[in-house]
Ligand binder design. Structure first.
Ligand code: HEC
Length: 117
């Protein structure tokens, strides 16, 4: 009985550890969806953060600023917004994976996408 319990606890632990490392794994999205998301960042996020993301009503989202923030913090700001500020939540239209991908793009610089086209 104790062996069964121990095995179960070990298994649970492994599942937890695996889940944690997967949640920050590079997101895999279709290239169509990636194009849509880049468009959305420029149009929708750009309406507050500036078309070139240099800042406007919202602060700059350029790599210089984004690299000072942990990836998970950017992702959570996108998903849940900043209550009490104009920053809205996007969790109704973005999955966690998509928000994470956008966060990675913001850290890398979204403009690099234009050059690859
Ligand atoms: C209606 C205006 C508005 C829109 C649209 C908007 N934001 Fe924001 N955003 C803000 C404001 C205002 C803040 C600053 C909140 C604060 O004072 O903490 C902010 C903060 C942020 C931050 C944190 C920046 C930092 O330096 O802490 C990130 C990241 C961010 N927004 C990403 C996005 C993304 C990505 C989108 C599009 C999916 C988006 N925002 C759309 C207004 C907006």
């Amino acid at each position: 009985m104790t062996i069964v319990k121990q095995t179960l606890i070990t298994m649970l632990g492994t599942i937890l550890v695996l889940n944690c490392s997967f949640s920050l794994k590079a997101a895999e999205l279709t290239s169509d969806r990636e194009t849509q998301l880049i468009h959305m960042v420029k149009q929708d996020c750009g309406s507050c953060h500036g078309m070139t993301l240099k800042g406007g009503l919202g602060p700059t989202l350029l790599p210089k600023a984004m690299n000072k923030l942990p990836l998970a913090a950017i992702k959570n700001t996108i998903l849940f917004g900043r209550p009490g500020t104009a920053m809205p939540e996007w969790k109704s239209i973005l999955t966690e994976q998509e928000a994470l991908w956008i966060s990675q793009q913001l850290q890398q610089g979204i403009e690099s996408h234009d050059q690859s086209k």
